[in-house]
Design a protein around this ligand. Structure first.
Ligand code: KG4
Ligand code: ZN
Length: 340
């Protein structure tokens, strides 16, 4: 591997972040993200606006990624892009751009599954970060997905558990909305949870069989609880916001950890990785680390910048597929519901 000299451009546009990254062999040279602030006003991602913003951002973002990597486009060996899952209007921008650029440069095109990206981000060469050995379990937790995946090889993955309704990120964001927090609320709940009592209020955990998750009930429980308390005391939220955030986060972490424990027990796999936006959560990170002592796990927590949506994770999958000669044709289509 040391003798090769492979530069790959990764492009990510599945939701509301326009991102581009250059990877040289396994190492990231640039990781550029243009987040779309416009959605904050609406309390959630507006697909039509996301698509338009991608159109505006994609050329400058790619340009900046190449510039930061200190290479020209002619040095690229391949273009990797997010094919899905995600919002169709958003995916189409990255897909069309990647196809055109690969065609113009006459280099291979590599379609990447966004969820595989969140998992394989662990294979980016980073000092101080170990790569999980196969097989391992990956819990992907984001605004769009909540899955436990058994990973037997780079491209041999099996979803063994997933949400039957809302994603865990939605549980954070929708609870935050009820509390009047901005979008996305996850980071703010995380920050406030550190200052509050996680056992101040109790929210019941959903009863879902096996390794599947459910989060829609929590959102409803939070809504009813807040409505009731605010009726009695209109200042209830302001007076207790940190405790409310800590209690919601505590419940969410328990739901995640219960299933992860069960998955580890059922499969006998003790190498556990997390990925996706919610893996930025400090409580989730701590709970996972605690699993090392409690259950004998070896845990893999991605570098902060590779947790929420980014193109470095797309570039690393591009690199791994490049090594296998696993390329896509020009007629490859974006797929909103692409499966792992
Ligand atoms: O992976 P991501 O950037 O986009 C999707 O593919 O969905 O994840 C975004 C989600 C949002 O729901 C956001 O609230 C959540 O990740 N998030 C967090 C934190 N940082 C981002 N949730 C809890 N704690 C955080 N620190
Ligand atoms: Zn994501």
């Amino acid at each position: 591997m040391a003798t090769q000299n492979i530069y790959i451009l990764g492009i990510e546009s599945s939701c509301d972040d326009t991102a581009a990254s250059v990877i040289h062999n396994g190492r990231i040279l640039s990781n550029v993200i243009a987040s779309q602030k416009i959605h904050e006003e609406y309390g959630g991602v507006v697909p039509e606006l996301a698509s338009r913003a991608h159109q505006q951002n994609i050329v400058p973002v790619v340009h900046q990624a190449l510039k930061k990597a200190n290479i020209t486009k002619d040095q690229l060996q391949a273009i990797a892009f997010t094919r899905g899952p995600g919002l169709m209007g958003s995916l189409l921008v990255g897909t069309s751009f990647a196809k055109s650029l690969a065609f113009a440069l006459n280099i291979p095109l590599i379609a990447v599954n966004h969820m595989q990206g969140h998992i394989l981000a662990h294979y980016i060469d980073e000092d101080g970060f170990d790569k999980p050995p196969f097989p391992f379990l990956a819990m992907t937790i984001s605004g769009g997905h909540t899955q436990i995946v058994r990973v037997d090889d780079y491209f041999d993955m099996t979803v063994i558990g997933e949400t039957i309704d809302d994603a865990v990120g939605e549980a954070f964001d929708k609870s935050g909305k009820i509390l009047g927090l901005g979008y996305p609320a996850g980071p703010e709940i995380d920050r406030r949870a550190k200052l509050g009592n996680p056992k101040a209020y109790k929210f019941t955990k959903p009863k879902v069989d096996g390794l599947n998750f459910s989060f829609s009930g929590l959102k409803t429980a939070v809504l009813y609880f807040i409505q009731k308390e605010v009726k009695a005391n209109p200042d209830f939220i302001e007076e207790n916001l940190n405790d409310i955030c800590a209690s919601i986060q505590y419940t969410i972490i328990n739901i995640l950890m219960d299933k992860l424990k069960l998955a580890s027990k059922e499969t006998g796999i003790k190498h556990i990785a997390i990925g996706g936006g919610v893996s930025a959560n400090s409580g989730v990170r701590q709970a996972l680390k605690d699993g090392e002592k409690k259950y004998g796990w070896t845990t893999y927590i991605p570098k902060f910048e590779f947790t929420t949506d980014n193109a470095a994770m797309i570039a690393i999958v591009g690199y791994l597929k490049y090594l296998e000669g696993n390329f896509s044709k020009q007629d490859v289509a974006a797929s909103a519901r692409l499966k792992i």
